[in-house]
Structures are given as structure tokens and as C-alpha cells.
Design a protein around this ligand. Structure first.
Ligand code: AMP
Length: 413
């Protein structure tokens, strides 16, 4: 089955075409015909992609809105020019969408029908920046491929719906949960699920035998405690702002600071929230950049004090969360790193792991250094009782597989 995977953001559309079915899944031989993104939708959009022939392609097209972008994309991936080998729209069999928020209603991936669309609309209040784009993506795909094309929604929050009450409730008046659904939802669920699945495949374990801490460290960052293959705690909360230090997000802060900063800086509360989301984290501390690569270079080449501090705070917070989740799990078998930073920076991995010798984790420096550029494997020493791994995340593959499973009536977990 050829599946178009769409991940729609405010001005960017990421896409892939994945070929999968039961046989391919079992043999881990899903094929990727193309992957890429369309940026600057609304004007002269820039399309960059790479198809199975390995040739990178870059071009521009005037795409006034998302509908025009999806229409163009469907035409492109089924043209000779794209290198996918597809020649007609009817060769696209289904569409899988990343949907950011599924609230409490969506606990797993679902086929999109009018009731699901209403359910996603109902969660707009919880994710006003994301879900409207996701809905527009679904409408655009239907316009481009016809109402008959099966479409599946894969939610970022769904994997964390297994969190127990004591982990998802905030210690604030309970009626706020009942009245307004104020609780921790967690995000990056598709990524944590993808990492956990790949880790158990690599280690030959049953799903019920998975007890790990996953660290998705990219521009957004989150940690997840996984037991019996299920998420039992995660660091993002009601929104993706909570938890670890991120590229531009503060992660955990004292809630009383909102009012204090607003008063001192003459800002409104939404402006303070924007400051915590867009001007904080690595960028806020360093005053330089949200890009970890550049920060490491600044710290190393120019001994920039605030770049060093930003890196130190980033690693310290991540290590604290690992410690907390080891306690939540009653011990774990491994810590698994993923995301742009987790998959590429042996330096950051080393610094996070450095304070975890007490937990039985000892880093094999050579193995750690070798795990970059999408390579997967273990980098703890053989005698470590807590292992450390790098397992690149593959959210798009999971979305494609879930799309196939939902259409084929196979349970998704
Ligand atoms: P993502 O959001 O998963 O694409 O991750 C983006 C983050 O990964 C950015 O902060 C990048 O600087 C960081 N990153 C990518 N490659 C490296 C690297 N080799 N060393 C350190 N950070 C990296």
C-alpha cells in the first residue's frame, strides 16, 4: 500500500510516501519512495525533497495556501519528475496525518470520518496553534485525492493516554480538570512509541518487557518513562512548554513567574507565554542561538560563558528527569536517545550520562562517538546495569504503518 504521510505546520508541510503492508512490516522492509518538505506556503514556496534514487531535488512554486500546496504535492509525487516511480494519483492508496492533539477522546490512531473531524475540532481549544492546520491538511488531501481516499489520524498525545491519574493530574483544584480538562497530555507520543518499538526490535524483547526512559532531544525536547510498552509518565504537559529545556522553550518554571514577569516587563500574559515558548530555553540563556550545534561550537571555540551555561542547564535538566523516571519506573533497562541532538551529539549524550554512574550507567566513549548520522546502537559498557542507546526516531514510518493497520483492521498499540 502506497501511503502519503503529511505533517502540516503553520507555514511548512513535511511529506513522505511510504510503501508498507503486513509482509513488509514483519520483515522491516517498508520502502520510502520520497521524503521532503514544502516551506513558505503562502508565497513562492520552496520544495526540497529526496526520493529513493537518492537525488536531492529543490525547486520553487507559487503556492498560495495549504490546499494549493497539497494539490501541487499530489501532482508532483505522481509525476516522473519526482523519481518516485508513481505515475497516477490512483497509486496513492491512503493518507496518514500527524495530528498534534487528540485530547482524552483519541487513545489510538483512527480512520477519519465526520465524527473524528468533529472530535479534532473539539480539541482546537487545547491546541489552537496546531490542530487547525492539521484539519486543513485533512481537507486539502480530500480535495486533491477525492472523498473516497482513506485517511487516518495519528495523534501526538495518544501514546500518553496510558498515564495513570497520579501522573497526569496537576495538584490544583480538581474541578478544573472536570470542567476544563486541565491535565497533562504529553506530546511527541509518536516519536517515543517509535523509539520504544525499534529498541525492542533491536533487543529482541516482547512489548510487555520494555522498561526504558526515552529522551527525544531535538528543537523540542521531552522525556518519557515507558513500562510494559506503555507511557507511564512524560515531561511535556498541558502544552509542549513543560519539562525539559528546549531550543526556545523554558520547560519547567514556577507558575508564579508569569505574573511577576508581566508586571516587571509591562507585558500581557499571552506575551509572557510567547516569551517562554519562543525566546527562552537555549536561545534565552545563551542570547545567541537555539541551535545546539552552534552553541557547542561557541562554547568550544570562543569559550562563550552563556553558551556553556545553556548547555550545562540543558544537560542538568535532562539528567534530573532521567533520575526522576528511574524512580517512577523502579529502575529501567536502558535510556534511549533520539531527536536531532540525541542522535547526533555524542558530547551532549556524554554529559547527560556522566552523572548517572550511580545508576550503573558507564559510557563507552568510542561507541558513543561512533553513533551519529542516523546510526543506531548501544553506547554503554558491557558491564553497565543500565544501558544507554541511540535509536533514531521515525515518526513518519509509524504514521504510515498505523495508517495501514487502521485500514486493514489490525490493532494499533
Ligand atoms: P530536530 O528538531 O530533531 O530536527 O533537532 C534539531 C536540533 O538538533 C538542533 O538544535 C540542532 O542543532 C541539533 N543537532 C543536529 N545535529 C547536531 C550535532 N551534530 N550536534 C549537536 N546538535 C545537533
Amino acid at each position: 500500500m502506497n501511503i502519503l504521510v503529511l505533517n502540516v505546520g503553520s507555514a511548512t508541510l513535511k511529506f513522505q510516501v511510504v510503501v508498507t503492508d503486513a509482509e513488509r512490516m514483519a520483515a522491516h522492509r517498508d520502502d520510502r519512495l520520497i521524503r521532503g518538505q514544502i516551506e513558505r506556503i503562502g508565497g513562492e514556496a520552496i520544495i526540497t525533497c529526496r526520493s529513493a534514487d537518492g537525488v536531492p531535488r529543490k525547486r520553487t512554486a507559487p503556492l498560495r495556501d495549504l490546499r494549493a500546496a497539497v494539490e501541487w504535492l499530489v501532482g508532483f509525487v505522481t509525476s516522473v519528475e519526482s523519481g518516485t516511480g508513481l505515475t497516477s494519483r490512483s497509486e496513492l492508496h491512503a493518507v496518514g496525518h500527524r495530528v498534534v492533539h487528540g485530547g482524552e477522546r483519541f487513545q489510538r490512531s483512527v480512520a477519519i470520518d465526520s465524527s473524528v473531524l468533529h472530535g479534532i475540532e473539539d480539541t482546537i481549544e487545547l491546541a489552537p496553534l496546531h490542530n487547525p492546520h492539521n484539519l486543513r491538511g485533512i481537507e486539502a488531501a480530500r480535495a486533491a485525492l477525492g472523498a473516497g481516499i482513506p485517511q487516518v489520524a495519528v495523534f501526538d498525545t495518544a501514546f500518553h493516554q496510558t498515564l495513570p491519574e497520579h501522573a497526569y493530574l496537576y495538584a490544583i483544584p480538581y474541578p478544573l480538570y472536570r470542567r476544563h480538562k486541565v491535565r497533562r497530555y504529553g506530546f511527541h507520543g509518536t516519536s517515543h512509541r517509535s523509539i520504544a518499538y525499534r529498541w525492542r526490535t533491536l533487543t529482541g524483547r516482547e512489548r510487555t518487557d520494555v522498561r526504558i526512559v526515552t529522551l527525544h532531544l531535538g528543537n523540542g525536547c521531552s522525556a518519557c518513562a515507558i513500562r510494559g510498552g506503555e507511557s507511564i509518565d512524560t515531561s511535556m504537559g498541558f502544552t509542549p512548554l513543560e519539562g525539559l529545556v528546549m531550543g526556545t522553550r523554558s520547560g519547567d518554571i514556577d507558575a508564579a513567574l508569569l505574573d511577576y514577569i508581566a508586571a516587571k516587563e509591562g507585558l500581557t500574559l499571552p506575551q509572557v507565554e510567547a516569551l517562554l515558548n519562543n525566546q527562552s530555553g537555549l536561545l534565552g540563556i545563551s542570547g545567541l542561538t537555539n541551535d545546539m550545534r552552534d552553541l557547542l561550537a561557541e562554547a568550544d571555540e570562543h569559550q562563550d560563558r552563556r553558551a556553556r551555561l545553556a548547555i550545562e542547564i540543558f544537560c542538568y535538566r535532562a539528567r534530573k528527569y532521567v533520575g526522576a523516571y528511574l524512580a517512577a519506573l523502579g529502575g529501567a533497562d536502558a535510556i534511549v536517545f533520539a531527536g536531532g541532538i540525541g542522535e547526533n551529539s555524542s558530547e551532549i549524550r556524554r554529559r547527560i550520562c556522566e552523572g548517572l554512574q550511580w545508576a550503573g550507567l558507564h559510557v563507552d566513549a568510542a561507541a558513543n562517538a561512533s553513533l551519529i548520522d542516523g546510526r543506531e546502537g548501544r553506547f554503554s559498557t558491557d558491564d553497565s546495569s543500565l544501558a544507554a542507546w541511540v535509536v533514531p526516531t521515525d515518526e513518519e514510518l509509524l504514521i504510515a504503518r498505523d495508517t495501514f493497520r487502521v485500514i486493514a483492521g489490525i490493532e494499533t498499540t
